[in-house]
Design a binder for this molecule. Structure first.
Ligand SMILES: Nc1ncnc2c1ncn2[C@@H]1O[C@H](COP(=O)(O)OP(=O)(O)OP(=O)(O)O)[C@@H](O)[C@H]1O
Length: 401
């Protein structure tokens, strides 16, 4: 008799990990064969389990789905749909871009849950109310504030009253306004989950500038009081925070504790102020292989506007400059985003360059793009993001404010 061969099951297979049925179709449609380490580590704690989790993981490691699938699952497993005008979960992201991205991922995800998919078409209607459901469903609402926002707080509230969404994805400022409305109910009894994406940045906003957000939501969440800012370390003890992940083995060893992708190389050049601009130009001219995209971070919106006039005259031939900052209106920001996100075009460009000889590449001046953007903090994160996504090959580069 032939010896019995045991096939070892993949520890990161969605089914091995026990992800809910509705999510299997969603991740399969997204083309994700298995969970990332973050998703595999978080699911047993937050989805199947009921724990608060602090996640620290390299950029691009799949944190968004790692919290969205448990969040959706926690609402769907309830016996009753969320009560009218009650909020069951809130995701707070520090920037409008990130909030939009999370909202889109959530919409894509719940398109595979029948009751949620049935109400989704009503959400784009300004007149018709969405129908009520007999079983729990996910009804998302994006609140994205900021100067560039095309939607007013009054419009946000009107959407809420019309459709009674139960999952709110928001930037901190807009959420503050929203939660202060007497029509929005967020009691501990019906509140399932609070997620803080990019908690480090959020903590500095909450605990120094906007403490009322922290004190408005239920679920045992605590916040600071005005004049009593809390440190991030203190905050982490109480909050469900998604900026950090320490994936631990059963023995308690940390198996992954990196903040930047392993493939990212960081270097720097110290140069006197008067030589900064020539140095940038030289760098752009000489970097090999020539990057498809480069980003220049400046500390103020005015500086971005100023250099948007100076740089075109100084840049090596063939560079195209896109401008992005928080004081642009929504249309301008969208135009820049579209310019950056034309994935197909980037893929075609990359394939075309792949086939070129070095000499041809040197002559091919019209590929590189330069993005001047404002970001006072997190420059390294976004540089890392760009690099990781360039390494990964085909992902969008998003995340600016
Ligand atoms: N299981 C998976 N398998 C393959 N790709 C995945 C998986 N889960 C998510 N992704 C993809 O990986 C990319 C990064 O995911 P995500 O944006 O959630 O990362 P992140 O950890 O939140 O990064 P950041 O810190 O930059 O926000 C996305 O394009 C996402 O669609």
């Amino acid at each position: 008799m032939a010896p019995e061969t045991k096939t070892k099951s993949d520890p990161r297979a969605w089914t091995t990990l026990g992800f809910p049925d509705w999510s299997l179709d969603a991740v399969s449609a997204m083309g994700f064969a298995r969970a990332t380490p973050v998703q595999a580590s978080v699911w047993p704690l937050m989805g199947a389990g009921n724990k608060d989790v602090v996640v620290e993981a390299v950029t691009g490691s799949g944190k968004t789905l790692a919290f969205l699938i448990p969040l959706v699952h926690r609402i769907l497993r309830l016996e009753e749909p969320t009560k009218k005008n009650h909020v069951a979960a809130i995701v707070i992201a520090p920037t409008r871009e990130l909030a939009i991205q999370i909202h889109k991922t959530l919409v894509d995800l719940v398109a595979f849950h029948p009751a949620s998919a049935a109400v989704a078409p009503y959400l784009s209607s300004d007149e018709e109310k969405r129908p009520s459901t007999s079983s729990p469903a996910i009804v998302p609402q994006l609140l994205s504030g900021g100067r560039g926002s095309a939607v007013s707080p009054a419009q946000d509230l009107s959407f809420f009253l019309r459709h009674s969404p139960n999952v709110i994805i928001s930037t901190p400022g807009r959420l503050n306004d929203f939660l202060s409305s007497p029509h929005v109910h967020c009691p501990q009894s019906s509140f399932e989950m609070l997620v803080l994406d990019e908690a480090g940045e959020l903590a500095s906003i909450f605990f120094t500038r906007k403490p009322s957000v922290a004190s408005s939501v239920g679920s045992g969440v605590q916040g600071g009081s005005p004049g009593n800012p809390r440190t991030i370390a203190e905050a982490e003890k109480d909050w469900l925070i998604f900026s950090k992940l320490r994936v631990k083995t059963k023995s308690g060893d940390v198996i992954e504790e990196r903040k930047t992708p392993a493939s990212l190389q960081m270097t720097y050049l110290i140069t006197p102020p008067q030589k900064k601009l020539p140095s940038v130009v030289r760098l752009l001219q000489n970097l090999e292989p020539r990057p498809l995209r480069s980003i220049i971070f400046l500390s103020t919106c005015a500086a971005v506007d100023y250099f948007s006039h100076i740089l075109p005259a100084l840049l090596p031939e063939g560079f195209q400059l896109n401008i992005l900052h928080g004081k642009q209106d929504a249309k301008e920001q969208d135009e820049t985003r579209v310019a950056r996100r034309d994935k197909k075009q980037r893929k075609r460009e990359a394939e075309r360059r792949e086939k070129m000889t070095d000499a041809e590449k040197a002559e091919d001046m019209d590929l590189a793009q330069l993005l001047a953007a404002v970001r006072k903090e997190n420059q390294m994160k976004y540089a890392a993001d760009a690099q990781a996504k360039a390494d990964g090959g085909d992902d969008d580069f998003e995340g600016f404010d």
